[in-house]
Design a protein around this ligand. Structure first.
Ligand code: MN
Length: 143
């Protein structure tokens, strides 16, 4: 099976554990994606609005607002709701995670194969770098 086309695509990692951030960033970078990083939920929500990443990897336990709250905010906002979000946590999958609106879930500790496979399958639904689509969808003359 061919891998997803990673060129020009960017993944936002929202994670407060420095070791996990380093590990996820290395794996995402090795797949050819650009990497954006946020160490807390609100910074992550801000970055998602500013940069329109093609996918978000979201921790749950974060300083400030939780990853579930950040996911609910992003999924309630027309600007960001179509960005796929993968929740990655040591918590077992439950109703609250499902209700957040996330597009995927990975249990920590993650395996490289699961990580790459899930990102790849979600990315294949994105036909081109998201910023291009965003520019096309931007109403002409909007301030
Ligand atoms: Mn955490």
């Amino acid at each position: 099976m061919a891998s997803a086309d990673t060129s020009g695509k960017c993944i936002l990692i929202i994670e407060d554990n420095p070791l996990n951030m380093k590990l996820f960033s290395a794996m995402v970078g090795a797949q050819g994606y650009g990497v954006l990083q946020a160490g807390d939920g609100l910074r992550g929500v801000d970055l998602a609005h500013q940069e329109h990443p093609d996918l978000i990897i979201m921790d749950i336990d974060l300083p400030g607002i939780s990853g579930l709250e950040a996911t609910r905010l992003l999924k309630a906002d027309p600007e960001t709701r179509d960005i796929p979000i993968i929740i990655t946590t040591a918590y077992a999958y439950d109703d609250e995670i499902q209700a957040s609106g996330c597009d995927g879930y990975m249990a920590k500790p993650i395996t490289v194969a699961d990580f790459v496979g899930l990102i790849d399958s979600l990315m294949k639904q994105v036909p081109q770098p998201r910023y291009v689509r965003h520019m096309i969808e931007e109403p002409i003359g909007a301030d």
